[in-house]
Design a protein around this ligand. Sequence first.
Ligand code: SF4
Length: 630
Amino acid sequence: MKGYAGKLLRFDLSKGRAQVQPLPEELVRDYIGGRGFVAKLLWDELPSGADPLGPENLLIIATGPLSGHLLPASGKTHFGAKSPVNGGYADANMGGHFGPALKYAGFDLVILTGRAAEPSLLVIDDGKVELRPAGDRWGMGALEAEERLKDDLGREFELLTIGPAGERKVRFACLSHDFGRQAGRCGLGAVLGSKNLKALAVRGTGSLQVHDLKGLYAKAKVAYAKIKAKPGFKGWTPEGTAGITDWVNQVGAFPTRNFQTSFFPGHRAINGRAVVERLKLTDKGCFCCPTPCGKYGHTRTSLGEAFVEGPEYESIALLGGNLELKTIEEVGYANFLCDQLGLDTISAGAVASFAMECFEKGLITEKDLGRKIAFGSLSSAAFLFDLMARREGLGDLLAEGVKIAAERIGRGSAGFAIQVKGLEWSGYECRNAPGMMLSYLTADVGAHHNRSWALGQDVAGSAASVHDLITAGGKGERMAKAKVGGQAAKVIELQHLRPLFDILGICRLQYMELGFEVVHYEDLFGLVTGRKMSWEELLKVSEKVWHLTRAFSVREVPGFGRAHDLPPARFFTEPVPTGPNQGHLLKRAELERLLDEYYAARGWDENGLPEPKTLEKVGLEDVAAALESA
Ligand code: SF4
């Protein structure tokens, strides 16, 4: 088991009791790490029907075999639970230094169960594990709590915290780390809050064994040099993901005014260049990263000033275009507020824009809120974020996310509640991007871009990397009229590829943004673990995990199926009003054909349920049997 710390920590918060076990060999053999561990353990150990915000839910923290080793961008950690958003499968990935510290403390995996009797802090200090009262930190912002806990414990501790949103179980509360890194999606901050846990602190001073240290050292040196020699290296790193803003707008995919349109005329005031010129103080990266995409900076607005990491692209899209904030300083401040309150910037931006549109349409009023709200107003955004994070007044409803809020508000609001499976849509409008649309609809957690980013294929047909796409493949072009044929196969390929990085415990951006070749990851995996697995064999594990997460949602969500893979009515009924994709509308018949094609290619039935023979083929015989007998 080279490359792994070799131990699993279970902590029952109700009993305050830790149990340390060897990392199961078959878990490592069959699921490798990270997202694979999360999916398998949720399937095996979560009591079926558990309340996502009850003590029986599991919060799983999983590193991968490559996490924490001296090789490029190996700082990733994966988190998972039964979803507080939709009751199905949920996970989120985070950069920084937490996962490496956990492995140096001796643990590849942590499984939290139960609920602490009082607001608490779990300290993992090498092999020692202790639950401590943290009532004095309850109510603090996530960033502030991190700072205070580092003061208390020592700067060398790595912290995972929640803000007031997590404490109040807001369904899009995030987990926060390293003053600006988050496991943002799926409301995992609410799960930690439901366990009465304000924070985890980890200090690890141990070391990890690898299969071939000399070989790894030599290979890692080559890998760093190769990444730095990539044509996109110098262009991409200074702005990070924010650098894609202009391109997404130019191809007509930039969410604007609650996804009413896909082109934001004011994009230059909030793009990557604006981040660098007006906010950035320094680059900030995760553990061992040669391409630090974090931009740590300072912002000053009419509401106040703050230090903030970012905004990265998704925050620019959902807080900038979608709320129509006018300057990068305003977007940066909105980003800071979300980080401090412990809100996922994607969902918080989406919920605020939904509320603003409801207000414009008279579905919620000044009487409901005590003030007016409007697109383009930082003060409105700040007011709404605070209201939701504290669940005050109408904020209590908005804290449930746009799907549930729309069900209660009614009067057609579900049509512009932009979500899939209850998870708010991230930063790409796709009425004219069928591949990206299919990616969102079929992503296991809901409308999240990180499962498969097919926008490049929609625009240019193919792209070796995002950098190639931007510099050569489609600047200012309208989207290609993609044919239905082939879209499903491409999306499936991407859905195995991208999550594989979350299994390995490594960042995918060097591959995705710069085209760093997968063969290097094969080599690194072999040198660390001693296992010879080709990229194709690793992708087979990722494929198995994809079927397993779908099966989990089938087991846990009553009536789960095709109806959960549909977008809101806006995309069928309202043509894009402005920009390069003006006039485009999603055709329902085309979408249904895409889903048919996707399900058939997956080996799922026409309702989107995995066929028993498909599950058996990928080694999930027990899962097939369990679903059949349910
Ligand atoms: Fe972290 Fe960004 Fe580097 Fe990836 S590219 S490891 S997210 S700093």
